[in-house]
Design a protein around this ligand. Sequence first.
Ligand code: C2E
Ligand code: MG
Ligand code: MG
Length: 623
Amino acid sequence: MGHPVPVTLSNPQTPPRAPGPLRTVTGKRLRAADLLLADRGQVFRALFLSAPIGKAVVDVDGRMLVVNPAFCTLTGRSADDLVGRHLDLLSHPDDVPLEDLALEPTPGRPLIDPQLEIVGERRLQRADGETLWVHQSREVVRRTTGEPHFVLLSLVDVTDRRRAEEDLVLRTFTDPLTGLPNRRALTERLQHALAVSRRRGTTVGVLHLDLDRFTAVNDSLGHEGGDQLLCQVADRLRWSTRVEDMAVRFGADEFLVLAEEVEDVDALRSLADRLLGVLDEPFQVHDREVTLSASVGVTLGCDLAPEALLRQAHSALARAKASGGRGRIEVHDEALTDGDIDQLQLETDLRRAVEANELRLFYQPIVALSDERLLGYEALIRWQHPTRGLLPPGAFLSAAEDNRLTSRLGEWVLYRACRDAADWDDNLRVHVNISARHLAEPGFADLVRDALADSGLAAHRLELEITESTALFAAEATLQSVGAVTESGVTLALDDFGTGYSAISALHRLPIHTLKIDRSFVADVVAEPATAALVQGLLQLGAGMGLQVIAEGIEDGDQARWLLDHGCAMAQGYAFGRPAPLPARDLGVVSAPADLTAPGEPAEPASTQQPAEDTDDGGADPR
Ligand code: C2E
Ligand code: MG
Ligand code: MG
């Protein structure tokens, strides 16, 4: 605070004159001017110190020389704290440093400190850290030469008005319940984003989310509970979008995410997928756990009006809702090819499939060729799709490879296969296919260890099947993780051997235990001498390297005999059993499902809509 300074307004040396009726107005004025000239020091002091406006006399370099009490009150600092210090002391830390804006001295224009150049509203910081808005004005006091001598600075506090204005703007552009920007803010931002995208040739993405069955949730939680839930949804969306994107509350239970500079539909798709993912976790409202899902309409554009883009997103959302399902993503048609649309839907559905318990593992027997003794099974994934029936991996695995589903699916398969195998005879092994992408993820070795621990399956009973390309492109980290897995006793098989270019080099890079000769060779082995020579070579290679060899896809007795005659010890194929589900445990089957051990029998009950490949009667008895 400033120190109160005694101020005397009348001059004690000037004797008071008695006012008289004869004195003219002009005479009075002259007398007042005389007074001012005679006592200007005193009058200045009075005006300066008692002014209700913050005032400071500052030298041209911006150093405060004298401050009045109002200046001290305004800035929250004492005169001692201020006098002799530079005006920078009062600057707001978030503003651009003014020295960066300093003007070069130009001839005929003497330089004063940039702080003193400002005339108008500016932001300052009080000693207590509070932001202060002032209107700054100045009066330059010059020497007789015309050069600035010092500057009389005035600061008028306009904080209240500024706050009121800011508050108004905030209320105009913010949803009062969730604190997210509202529809009006979106329109402004969208206009800007589209203008930028036109200039830069980029695209803007819009995702329109609508919570599924929110009315029912709202009814059961009550109005206040529903509000709480909406706030939590808003928070999750806010934290899951990039800084340059914007999450908006668009209506009662509708949200919109504006994503700038989106590369393509795939990028938008993964954003939609991620947003649905963050809503997956249950919400906590009034000590109750609430699960939610949302439907999403997505679109992408650059050279069109904001309303048009919003309409596209809305119509895509309407389609997602109309389908009756929950957690669906629909993309505006023009943004996508048909293939894209199918793929997107597949991903969305597959994501749900894990939770909805729609995935199945089928098991195909692996046998000893000499006596058809059962050695184990290969686990092969299937999807019992609610409308499309039983789908083979070829129909959906590529969708999982494109996004974060890979590890989720891989984890499910590994746990399920280990648990199932733990119930079989101890001499039976289980083969599990591992995707390249999953293998490369950090923590893969831990996952295998945990799946074994969870099921109690001995490590030596598990074999992981990887494909050649996986092996060739295996990065150093992958090699380490593979190393950790195989050290525990788990073995590795090189699947579809011979179909890639990397077969031999892969054998040197990885600790391979088994080669699986691809079924495309086996198919021609009897009829095609060239293929026969090749397969012979592969068998010799395996034997030479001390590896176990399994021939895949044996469909008849001739193939089986040929392979046995040429030194192949193990086999898999329709001839020995098709992939089939394990019978229910209460049927009392612990080792091999009966229909798997009986070669040539259809593996599937007709009702499961087994794909043609699995139900064909291609499994003739090799004997
Ligand atoms: P794969 O690992 O080479 O599996 C063998 C495939 O050949 C299986 O196809 C099997 O049904 C089929 N097959 C077996 N014997 C015969 C036969 O005698 N004749 C004919 N024509 N086909 C036969 P499926 O089940 O459709 O699996 C295809 C591929 O999908 C698998 O090839 C594997 O690479 C992949 N896959 C399957 N399950 C999984 C999984 O859980 N995870 C991963 N990452 N991939 C999987
Ligand atoms: Mg395999
Ligand atoms: Mg294979």
